[in-house]
Design a protein around this ligand. Structure first.
Ligand code: ZN
Length: 137
């Protein structure tokens, strides 16, 4: 069968202070972040580490209205989302919607790291915020 979910692309971790967490994760993973990027539409600044095939994305809020700021306020720092790379984001959004999952955006959005992204509501996914992402080709 054709696989529509390709791999765990990255794990997103909400942090209070990106500079401090960059140092912490550089020690933990024994590698420097390869990229830092601000996503203005989401009011976050992100940095990325590579661990084999998978990436770790650290996210710090740049504004109090950011979902990351709200997440940290409610739950503290920690794992924020799991991102799956999909072959075709439109098709996968359609499939998951038909399966009864709640999409947080009706159209794919531009995310960090040159990706089209869509989020699924954690209420429909056992409490884990799920991100679908597809490389922009
Ligand atoms: Zn992400």
């Amino acid at each position: 069968m054709f696989k529509t979910m390709l791999k765990v692309e990255h794990i997103g971790i909400a942090v209070k202070n990106l500079a401090q967490s960059n140092e912490l994760f550089a020690k933990l993973l024994n590698t420097e972040p390869y990229k830092q990027e601000e996503v203005q539409s989401e009011h976050v600044i992100t940095s990325f580490f590579k661990v084999g095939e998978t990436k770790i994305e650290l996210l710090e809020a740049t504004h109090e209205s950011s979902t990351i700021a709200k997440f940290i306020e409610k739950k503290g720092e920690g794992i924020h989302h799991i991102a799956y790379e999909v072959a075709d984001i439109q098709q996968e959004m359609e499939r998951l919607k038909n399966e009864g999952f709640v999409l947080l955006n009706e159209q794919p959005k531009h995310g960090a790291d040159n990706k089209l992204v869509c989020f699924l509501h954690p209420k429909s996914t056992n409490g884990v915020l799920v991100e679908l992402c597809q490389e922009i080709r």
